[in-house]
Every structure is written in C-alpha cells, then in structure tokens.
Design a protein around this ligand. Structure first.
Ligand code: ADP
Length: 476
C-alpha cells in the first residue's frame, strides 16, 4: 500500500517539536507493515541542503500561491521525499514558522496551502508513476489537503492526525479566494471558525478518518477544557476519531549505542553520564535526584508552576538541569531561578546532542504539562532510565505507571503522576520522588521497569496500517 505523508517538519531534516519525530520515524516502522510511505515536505533551506545534487523534478507549477514551484523527488536520511521547492514561500533564514520578529510569517496560510495543493496534485495525478492509496495529513499545516482532495481528487481517502490542537492555522476570511477555497464552504459545517478560516478545522471536517496521538488526548479533545473551541467538531466526528500513541525512534534513541553518551544497558551504567551532566551544568551533587527538563518553554508545558515547587527538590539535595527555549518571559524567569538557587542550572537553546546527554545522565525527567497530546520526552526518559515525573494528562497519563502503593508493591511502577496539576501537588510529587530516590532498591526497580517498557513504534504502526487498510478498501 502506498501512503503519502504530508508534514511541515520531519526529523532529522527539520524539527521544532514532536511532530517532526513522528513524521520521521513512522515511515520506517510502517515499512514493516507493508506500507510504502513518501513524505511531502517544504523545501526549506535546511532540507534542500540535505538533498543529493540534481534531484529529479517530478512536478512543476508556473504559479503556486504567488510564484513558480517544483516538486523534487529525493531520498535523505532514509526517507523517500517529495520536496516542495518554492523559493517565494520557503527560501527564508531562521525559524520555519516565525519571522525575525518572533511572530508567525504573515503568509503562513499561503505557504502551507501550497504544501497541501502540491500534496493534492500528487494524490490526483501521481508523481513519476507513483500513486498513493491513502494521504496522511499532519496538523494544521496539512489541514487544507483533505478539503482540496474532496474538491479535486475525491477518490483518494485521507486521514488527519492532530498532534496539538493549540495550533489551528487561522487565516483572515479575506484570503479565501487566494487559498482556493469555495465561498459555499465558509460555514459551520465547513472550514469556517468564528469568522476566520481554520485550516485545522478543514482537516477535521473533510478527512475520512481522524487520529490523535494518545487515547487520553482523544477523549480530552472532545471536552471544552482541552478542545480549544474544536471540541464540538470532534464530538461530531467521535466515531471516526482514534487515539494512537506515538513511539520513539529506537535507532536514534538507543542507550546501548547512542554516540552522544557513555553507552549503558542498566541503571548502574548511567553513573558516568550523571557525573558528566553535573559538570556540564556546573552543578554539585547534593545527594538527591538529578532532574532534567527538556522542553519548549511555553505556557503548555507548565514550567512556570515548577519554578515555585523547586525548593522541595533542592532542599532535599535534588538538582535540576533545564534545556529549553521559547517564551522570553519564561526564559528570563528560569535564568533568574538559576541565579537564585545553586541547585538549578539552565541552558537556553535548542540542542539535540545535549538532550541525549541529559537523558543519559538524569535520574528523573520532569514533564508538568498543562496538556500534552502524547509527549516524547517522558518516553525518552523511560528508555534511558530517567524516571518520568509527569502531569496526569494526555499521553503522559497513558505511558507512565504511577508509583502508587499498589504499583510499588506489585513492582510495576515506572514513574510519578501528578493530579491535578497544582503547585501543592507538584511539591508532593517532588517529595515522593526524593523519598523513592532515597530507597536504592525501590529506585532501581523503577528505572528497570521504565527501561523495559515498550516505547517503540511497532504496536502503533500496526494501528496506522489498519486504518490505512480500511481507507484503501473504501470501508470509510
Ligand atoms: P512538543 O512537540 O509539544 O514540543 P514533545 O515532547 O512531543 O513536545 O516533543 C518535543 C521534542 O523536541 C522531543 O524530541 C524533545 O527532546 C525535543 N526538544 C524540545 N526542546 C528541546 C531543546 N531545547 N533542545 C533539544 N531538543 C528539544
């Protein structure tokens, strides 16, 4: 079966978050299920630089949303790609979604509409003889694609995956014609969203099937608290919505073979990495757990709440190393926290190799998100023997077994869950962490359980393959 995956980012070529990890790892896992995935990706400079010289041009457009464009067929990092080379949209320095002023590029609606249009043309006409059976659309950037398919290639089925409903791709209604959308569909049951165009809503309405990245987030999305205004649409499509957990790329994240770390296969083997991590962040060993945060610094991640709870950790000899970037207010708050408290250190920035070293050296990883569709860092934590301390929400609820009395007795616990997410509950969670860390046998058991927990793609790839099969057979 041929699958066309359409995404705005894809690891290791271009990444801002978990979407890239998923788009990069899922194709390989699906190969084992008999699916041949080709990925449509914007031709950002970083992506074009990874292609071999003179890639084959399989499609050309005289005018794709404001300028000429071509689709290049290439292989890079083991991925089969269709790269949309459109200089007027993607040949820009800096962040992929944001201009130099830190705000969304004003033409983001057109940039990603172009990606969707190219995806639709490949689905409708094929590219150099290759024709997809199913189109898989990721997040709002691919949201207009199910709409374009409905209008121009209705025989090709699509599945839309929500990686984070906070990002909806809203555009002014004045862009309607430019985005090649019919006026008749600017309605409640179409792509209209409170007077704006919503690319994500278009995807949710027009795709044949919907998925999101964990079973709990699938349920949460249908509630006003988490649905961010689209809960009604998702309740309407309840029977077409499935939560499928993300996995991690076990080739890129393998503690026994990871080139960024001192390799290990047991919790005890982490010791040299722990020492190096303390030194790298200029921290002393206080005798308590060495915790880490690896995260975008945004309101979603709940790290503002964590700041107030830190003394519970550091007073008990715990330490905290933070790697993150994002909201300047949060960056400043964390810098100030690190200046005030010698048990805390922060590295502001995005650094993939450092994130590996941190996972290898850490005793625990803290993920106190207000909402978390799936979350990957707690999965890295499990696999690298860094015990996850997480909020009980979304995929964090689905992947961590809380160290309750019963789970500890049964020897099944893998981490600590905080519920509800309040300052007091966070402090209690950190106190429990320090208590468990002080009991070496109990602590090692937690780490071992986590390291054995299945966090790869195989189980989820089967679920995606089954959905594709349903779509290709026309049973949806
Ligand atoms: P989200 O997609 O909401 O940012 P996820 O947990 O799903 O959250 O995925 C985040 C991904 O980005 C993980 O691979 C994580 O390791 C990585 N990441 C986040 N911030 C940083 C950073 N500052 N440096 C390196 N990697 C980071």
């Amino acid at each position: 079966m041929n699958i066309l995956s359409v995404t705005s980012e894809c690891a290791p070529l271009i990444k801002t978050g978990g979407l890239a990890d998923v788009a990069g790892a899922l194709p390989g896992a699906l190969t084992l299920e008999g699916c041949h995935v080709r990925t449509v990706l914007p031709g950002y400079p970083a992506v074009l630089a990874r292609l071999a010289p003179a890639p084959e041009v399989v499609l050309e457009f005289d005018d794709l949303f404001g300028g000429p464009a071509r689709v290049l067929q290439a292989t890079a990092a083991g991925l089969s790609l269709y790269v949309l080379d459109a200089a007027h949209l993607f040949a820009r320095d800096g962040a992929i979604y944001l201009g130099p002023d830190g705000k969304d590029w004003p033409d983001n609606p057109q940039r990603f509409a172009a990606l969707c249009w190219a995806g639709m043309v490949i689905a409708r006409d094929g590219a150099a003889g290759w024709v997809p059976d199913v189109v898989h659309c990721h997040d709002w950037q691919a949201g207009l694609l199910p709409y374009y398919l409905t209008k121009h290639a209705p025989h090709v089925p699509s599945v839309m995956t929500v990686h984070n409903i906070a990002f909806q791709g809203l555009a002014s209604p004045t862009l309607r014609e430019k985005l090649r959308l019919d006026a008749a569909d600017f309605t409640l049951s179409g792509y209209e969203y409170y007077g704006s165009i919503s690319a994500l809503k278009a995807g949710l309405i027009y795709a044949n099937l919907l998925t999101t990245v964990s079973p709990t987030y699938a349920r949460e999305l249908m509630t006003p608290e988490f649905g961010m205004g689209l809960d009604g649409v998702l309740r309407f499509r309840r029977k077409d919505l499935t939560g499928i957990l993300n996995g991690i790329d076990l080739d890129a994240w393998d503690p026994a073979r990871d080139p960024a770390i001192v390799p290990f296969t047991t919790p005890a083997g982490k010791a040299p990495n722990r020492k190096l991590l303390l030194a790298e962040f200029g921290l002393t060993d206080g005798g308590g757990p060495l915790c880490i945060v690896v995260s975008r610094l945004t309101q979603q991640k709940g790290l503002d709440l964590l700041i107030d709870a830190i003394p519970t950790l550091t007073d008990a000899g715990g330490r905290l190393a933070v790697l993150g970037t994002g909201d300047p207010v949060l960056e400043r708050a964390w810098r100030e926290t690190a200046e005030r408290n010698p048990g805390v250190a922060i590295h502001v920035g995005y650094d993939e190799a450092l994130s590996h070293r941190m996972l290898a050296g850490a005793d625990a990883i803290l993920v106190p998100s207000r909402f978390e569709p799936c979350g990957l860092t707690q999965l890295f934590g499990l696999h690298y023997g860094a015990v996850p301390v997480v909020a009980y929400t979304g995929g964090l609820a689905d992947t961590v077994i809380h160290a309750s009395h019963a789970a500890l007795q049964a020897g099944t616990a893998t981490g600590i869950q905080i519920q509800p997410l309040t300052g007091a509950a966070l402090r209690d969670g950190l106190a429990l962490l320090c208590e468990l860390y002080a009991q070496p046998a109990q602590w090692t058991r937690l780490q071992q359980n986590g390291m054995k927990h299945p966090v790869g793609w195989p189980a989820s790839a089967i679920q995606y393959a089954n959905l594709y099969e349903r779509l290709a057979n026309g049973s949806k």
